[in-house]
Design a binder for this molecule. Structure first.
Ligand SMILES: C[S@@+](CC[C@H](N)C(=O)[O-])C[C@H]1O[C@@H](n2cnc3c(N)ncnc32)[C@H](O)[C@@H]1O
Length: 292
């Protein structure tokens, strides 16, 4: 690299730092939060957003195969029961199964995955995808794709030993019957769904999710309004897992436009000055039994 391009790249890095970390992350944050509150109050939500992809959060998967599984094993859990709610076309549940089988081969586990929409459940059950459906244009490691799928022409079919760990069914997070349908589990995923529900319904769904957690359970909760997540997790006695919080949160924002406040799903930049930053930006929680 010649001296001129080195100077240019350094100047760009400094500019990006000032713009994103200092301006958007600090100076503009109170204004952004105020604007976002107004957007949240009037935005229309609905249950038809089914966007998903495989390997959506690599660092959450690191947390899963590391401190989350280890924490559950310390509690004496040997055969892990996992519920994946709002699982869309199956990408999330198959990713979890593939990661656990690859990185925790000794672990016993079963996954019950579900979604509101029967056509999503059907697609998940077929377990056959195009490359575009797997990646949604985001980079997914080739090594993950190779170990998760068999090729059938231009389709990618989830390998049988992974598929057999996951079952799919229709389920509504708003249903009072949720605990009758699902016994309490060790590990629950309810990701990127609550922010798509009108706030009173998100609270109702959250209340139902609490009813299907074992006393020592861990829960993955990305995609929820931050103020609501802080309030409801603290009230329920859910303790944030202090593991790569900033990186996991930052990665989940990678498609959020700079003017995040204009979108109801547009979470703010990570702020080191938020006094509640662990609870605020964390996406993985542990039941403590201390809830109200
Ligand atoms: C944006 S996708 C998220 C998929 C996946 N969890 C992820 O993080 O990639 C939201 C999913 O929530 C589902 N959903 C919406 N309302 C629901 C409800 N009341 N109960 C269960 N699932 C619901 C939608 O059908 C959709 O598949």
């Amino acid at each position: 690299m010649n001296k001129q391009s080195l100077v240019y790249r350094s100047a760009r890095a400094v500019y990006r730092f000032f713009r994103s970390e200092l301006y958007f992350g600090v100076v503009h944050l109170p204004i952004g939060r105020a604007k976002h509150k107004a957007v949240l109050a009037k935005s229309v939500r609905n249950d038809s957003h089914t966007y998903t992809c495989f390997y959506r959060s690599p660092m959450q998967m690191e947390a899963l195969v590391g401190p989350v599984v280890e924490g559950l094993q310390r509690k004496g859990v040997r055969a892990l029961t996992i519920h994946v709610f709002a699982g869309s076309n199956g990408g999330e549940a198959y990713t979890i199964a593939s990661e656990l089988l690859h990185r925790r081969p000794e672990l016993e586990f079963t996954i019950r995955a579900s979604d509101l929409h029967p056509h999503m459940v059907e697609q998940a059950g077929r377990a056959s995808y195009t490359l575009q459906e797997i990646t949604q244009g985001v980079s997914v490691p080739e090594e993950f794709i190779a170990r998760t799928f068999d090729r059938d022409g231009d389709r990618y079919v989830v390998r049988p030993h992974i598929k057999q760990r996951v079952s799919f069914e229709q389920a509504d997070l708003l249903s009072e019957q949720l605990p009758q349908q699902f016994p309490p589990a060790d590990l629950v995923f309810a990701q990127n769904v609550l922010f798509h529900l009108p706030p009173p319904l998100a609270r109702q769904a959250f209340g139902n999710i609490l009813r299907v957690l074992k006393p020592h359970a861990r829960i993955f909760l990305d995609g929820m309004e931050l103020d609501m997540r802080v309030e409801l997790t603290q009230r329920a006695g859910l303790k944030p897992l202090d593991y790569k919080v900033r990186q996991i949160y930052g990665y989940s924002r990678r498609h959020i436009p700079e003017n995040w406040w204009d979108y109801y799903y547009g979470n703010e930049p990570y702020s080191v000055f938020s006094t509640d930053r662990l609870a605020r930006y964390c996406t993985i929680f542990e039941c403590t039994g201390a809830g109200a």
